[in-house]
Ligand binder design. Structure first.
Ligand SMILES: NC(=O)c1ccc[n+]([C@@H]2O[C@H](COP(=O)([O-])OP(=O)(O)OC[C@H]3O[C@@H](n4cnc5c(N)ncnc54)[C@H](O)[C@@H]3O)[C@@H](O)[C@H]2O)c1
Length: 323
């Protein structure tokens, strides 16, 4: 990357944004990556590069900052996630769509060369194939979050074909990480469960024992994102969003894995409104197009991920999930 090619990460203090910003700074240098968020700068980012307070709903300020910092790539991670979105559907739609449209418009007007915006497996609804859901499965999403992601994918496609903005996207599955806390998704249980195990608490799971969902360890997601953004433009055949698979498992399977590593760990099941969201999604994802186009391959399985999570969550910082 040339020196002058600066990156802006919006939503940099969230679950993915924090780790992606740190990885981008490691790769391109602290000065090359500007972090922005509505929240105050997170402790993990402090001292690693420039931080801007930014509300992505304010297009004019975004435009000024893109110009001021000579931004050539934008990673837009600000959004309202699936479970939170079902609590506030109008607000979820507004944030998820306006943030993307503001970013795409500023990219077009200011000659930003590349944009990354994540989609989600939530684009698939109950009528999509459950197992190995294909790249081009057509379906009606069951959540406002899924509707916003499906519409967002079409906007990305439109800005690429109409204006030549090089927008790239991945349909992330549930992302699992230890550095930051989850942001209100239906797959958050798969993070909380490790925190409960580290604290020595029983975990009250909000999904049923046999609810199988596609998941991915954060290191794989961050590597996949950077690989997609670095792939030559000629390799990119999907201008909506790429399916990406990591590991598919159920709460019972991850609990059994944890029991093997933390003897005495126990789980109980108290499904809530998130069960219906989970049941509307596929169990596993077919990602052969991403593998073919830009060489995607996950590195973490359930065992390797569980070991990493339990090794790295600090007991004094683990969140309590006691009810
Ligand atoms: N975490 C997952 O499992 C998952 C799965 C699929 C897709 N995704 C997608 O990845 C992206 C990031 O997800 P995440 O889990 O990191 O979310 P998160 O909620 O943890 O982080 C989002 C960040 O955006 C910031 N933000 C919110 N409104 C803003 C605004 N108006 N202006 C500026 N910043 C604002 C928040 O303060 C927060 O730091 C989202 O688009 C999400 O839909 C996440």
């Amino acid at each position: 990357m040339e020196d002058a090619q600066k990156i802006l990460v919006i939503g940099a203090c969230g679950q993915i944004g924090t780790e992606l910003t740190l990885a981008l700074r490691q790769r391109y240098g602290g000065d090359a990556v500007v972090a922005a968020d509505l929240k105050r700068e997170s402790d993990l980012l402090k001292g690693t590069g420039t931080f801007l307070p930014l509300d992505i709903m304010d297009k004019m300020t975004l435009q000024v900052q893109v110009r001021r910092h000579n931004i050539k790539s934008i990673y837009l991670l600000a959004a309202m996630l699936s479970a939170s979105g079902e609590q506030q559907p109008q607000l979820a739609w507004k944030l998820n769509m306006e943030s993307l449209l503001n970013t795409l418009e500023v990219a077009r007007e200011e000659g930003v060369q590349k944009v990354f915006w994540p989609s989600s497996i939530a684009v698939f609804g109950p009528d999509a194939p459950k197992v190995d859901c294909p790249q081009d499965a057509w379906s009606t999403p069951a959540t406002v979050y899924g509707i916003s992601k499906l519409s967002g994918e079409q906007w990305c496609h439109y800005y690429f074909t109409r204006y030549g903005v090089d927008v790239r996207s991945i349909r992330y599955p549930g992302l699992i990480s230890y550095k930051t806390l989850p942001g209100g998704g239906t797959t958050d249980y798969a993070i909380e469960i490790y925190h409960a195990a580290v604290r020595g608490e029983q975990y009250p799971c909000f999904l049923k024992a046999d609810t199988r969902l596609p998941m991915m360890y954060m290191d794989d997601a961050v590597r996949g994102t950077i690989d997609l953004m670095e792939a030559p433009v000629s390799r990119i055949t999907v201008r909506t969003a790429y399916n990406l698979a990591g590991i598919s498992f159920t709460p019972a399977e991850v609990a059994a894995e944890i029991k093997g590593l933390v003897p005495g760990f126990s789980i109980i099941y108290k499904p809530d409104y998130r069960q219906a969201i989970a049941e509307s999604w596929p169990e596993s994802i077919d990602d052969h197009t991403a593998r073919r186009d830009w060489g995607w391959a996950p590195e973490y399985d359930l065992r390797k991920m569980s070991e990493e999570m339990l090794k790295n969550i600090r007991p004094e910082l683990a969140m309590s999930t006691k009810q």
